[in-house]
Design a protein around this ligand. Structure first.
Ligand code: CP3
Length: 346
């Protein structure tokens, strides 16, 4: 679309579209041979911190798939460095935090620095990606949400039971609220910086918040997420609010903020729509594992989602969570083509 807003941005604002826009969470990554080739030469952090390389990785899925939006290549953990938290990506095990946050004193020591001081490479990458895309598709920026970042900071890495954050909430509520307030400030300023550098939409990833009860979400998470969305509302770009395992949290997430709510595969899209009402856009919700299923099964699942979601304005096709490394690229491309061929879009 050359004229006016792209179909992705239009769908975020619940305006009518010519066809259903689609992009994939983690659309750049190890499932693509082009990405693996670069990873043989550079670490993940080097890819993130070298704007030329981040541009190249961001564009790989745009060239290969024909999706309707690009997403900045970065990682949700990058802002932790600016707060004084060191981390690495251990082989196959995900992130490892060198100095986890365990006490009020640890939280008090965390810095809240202007993002330009440590994250300028992200803003440079955004400017360069915008130039390279030259209006072809919009660019989505992103950040991790306070709970998801706090759980990495406290647990020191991936977690099964989220014991650290759940206990800090109750055993040391002062430390918890200071940590969440600092994270909300850092994330808000970081996303503002991304928007000012040229991000045309931003997504907040609260990937692990589904481990909480609605009451705990309401008390210990929602106020801090709201600080972020309230701080971005005047920016005139669509705001996307994503979490996984959030069937019982969706109403609270909508209330905390976002023009678009990300839905995972555990909630049928029509149920999500009746629960959340007409005044918000929805994004989702193919189970990423189905991208490895036999083609006919995959197509059946995609059509089922479209039937449940696409007749209402304000729908963006995506996965319920990120693409997995074992995914065949051909299946991802087939989903893009199938969604674009669907003619029941509003
Ligand atoms: O979507 C995109 O294409 C943009 C790139 C992107 C990455 N991380 C690059 C990356 C995005 C949007 C993220 C977000 C992110 N990072 C999230 C939220 C999204 C989600 O999946 O819930 C989370 C929880 C993280 C933290 C993180 N980073 C983990 C848990 C891992 C390890 C996972 C694994 O598969 O090993 C990473 C590493 C990471 N970040 C990779 C990529 C492409 C894979 C690592 C590699 O190349 O070796």
């Amino acid at each position: 679309m050359e004229e006016g807003l792209s179909r992705f941005i239009r769908a975020c604002y619940r305006q009518e579209v010519d066809y259903v826009p689609i992009w994939f969470m983690r659309q750049a990554g190890r499932y693509m041979a082009e990405y693996r080739a670069l990873r043989e030469k550079y670490s993940l952090l080097t890819l993130c911190k070298t704007p030329e390389l981040a541009v190249e990785v961001t564009l790989q899925p745009i060239r290969a798939l024909g999706v309707d939006a690009a997403i900045l290549f970065a990682d949700i953990l990058l802002p932790l460095e600016s707060m004084g938290i060191g981390f690495d990506f251990a082989h196959g095990e995900g992130p490892v935090i060198h100095n986890p946050v365990r006490s009020l004193a640890d939280v008090q020591a965390l810095r809240v620095a202007p993002p330009e001081e440590h994250l300028g490479y992200v803003f440079d990458a955004i400017r360069m990606i915008r130039a390279a895309l030259s209006g072809k598709v919009p660019l989505i920026g992103f950040a991790g949400a306070p709970f998801t970042l706090a759980s990495y900071m406290i647990e020191g890495g991936h977690s099964r039971n989220y014991i650290g954050p759940k206990l800090m909430m109750r055993a040391d509520p002062g430390a918890w609220s200071l940590l969440m307030t600092k994270l909300a400030t850092v994330v808000r300023e970081y996303l503002l910086g991304q928007i000012r550098a040229g991000a045309q939409a931003v997504q907040l990833f609260d990937s692990w918040v589904g481990c909480l009860s609605p009451a705990d979400y309401q008390q210990y998470v929602a106020p801090y997420v709201k600080i972020i969305f309230d701080g971005l509302r005047a920016e005139r770009v669509p705001l996307i609010h994503f979490g996984a395992g959030t069937a019982t949290l969706l109403d609270h997430m909508k209330a905390a903020g976002g023009d678009v709510i990300g839905i995972d595969w555990r909630v049928p899209m029509d149920n999500a729509r009746s629960q959340l009402g007409p005044d918000v856009a929805l994004q989702g919700n193919l189970d990423p594992v189905l991208l490895m299923a036999p083609r006919l099964e995959l197509e059946r699942a995609v059509r089922d989602i479209l039937r449940r979601a696409a007749h209402h304005p304000g729908y963006i096709f995506n996965l319920g969570h990120g693409i997995l490394p074992q995914t065949p690229v051909d299946n991802v491309k087939a989903v893009v083509d199938l969604v674009h061929a669907y003619n029941g879009a509003k």
